[in-house]
Design a protein around this ligand. Structure first.
Ligand code: UDP
Length: 239
């Protein structure tokens, strides 16, 4: 049973449980996908039912960001943990490296995925990098490259909701173990974008650090108070 936050069901898992389940999907070569929605995506799903279905069909729906875990708490159904996509995938790649498994990196500006790949190979010896593609070129050659590479894991980093729509649309035609939609993680792995200092991460204030660095995100972030009001509404209606 998933925990419902404004119509989107989240899996309540610890990091270890989430990684174990992902490894099982890879071992079974399920070809399914993982999503890590933030409040913005939950908000979009209220209007876009097709997107809501895409999220609902994911193998794992992980709470990325403090807005979701706070929302679940307000609803009286706290989730086991907040699982930022980047921390989740870092843990998963570490385990995959131990097993000698392979990854394909798709998304971000030209050159970023290659750079991210280089640093991941240093960070996780044993990991196999079987391909990279940027997220701005025609996707047909990329699809052909992924089919040829047959990766255990495909990271789709096109930003939400594009990456979720892409995985739902093309996933079945690819031969992959598992996929995950992970927004800007290749920018961070490549070193082109710096992550917030640890203290911001611990306090759940990574969003605030990002906002200071990229003030143009304010428009998107103003949806967070709206989201929390709607969560309070959901709680009141249930009583
Ligand atoms: N991106 C891409 N193709 C596009 C649009 C975006 O590959 O057509 C990449 C972009 O370069 C960035 C990531 O998708 O690396 C989006 O990162 P962001 O942190 O904005 O993710 P979001 O918060 O939107 O999920």
């Amino acid at each position: 049973m998933r925990t419902d936050v404004l119509g989107v069901g989240f899996d309540s898992l610890t990091m270890e449980q989430a990684v174990t389940q992902a490894l099982e999907e890879i071992a079974a070569r399920s070809g399914r996908y993982i999503v890590t929605p933030n409040p913005e995506i939950v908000w979009l799903c209220r209007k876009d039912k097709a997107l809501g279905q895409i999220i609902g069909q994911a193998a794992l729906v992980l709470p990325d960001g403090v807005g979701i875990t706070l929302g679940a708490k307000i609803l009286g159904r706290p989730l086991a943990a907040r699982l930022p996509g980047i921390d989740f995938v870092a843990n998963l790649l570490a385990e995959m490296a131990r097993r000698g498994q392979s990854v394909f990196l798709y998304g971000a500006k030209p050159g970023v995925a290659e750079q991210a790949g280089e640093s991941l190979l240093i960070r996780y010896p044993g990991l196999k990098l079987v391909g990279t593609a940027d997220g701005y070129s025609d996707d047909q050659p990329t699809i052909a490259a992924i089919r040829a590479a047959e990766p255990d894991m495909l990271l789709v980093c096109l930003g939400a909701p594009r990456q979720e729509q892409w995985m739902a649309r093309h996933g079945a035609s690819l031969d992959v173990g598992l996929m995950a939609g992970l927004g800007g993680v290749l920018d961070v792995f490549s070193g082109s974008v710096k992550r917030a200092p640890k203290i911001f991460q611990k306090l759940g204030l990574e969003w605030f650090y990002r906002l200071c660095k990229e003030p143009r995100r304010i428009g998107r972030m103003m949806r967070l108070p709206l989201f929390l009001f709607a969560v309070i509404g959901q709680r009141i209606r249930r009583k």
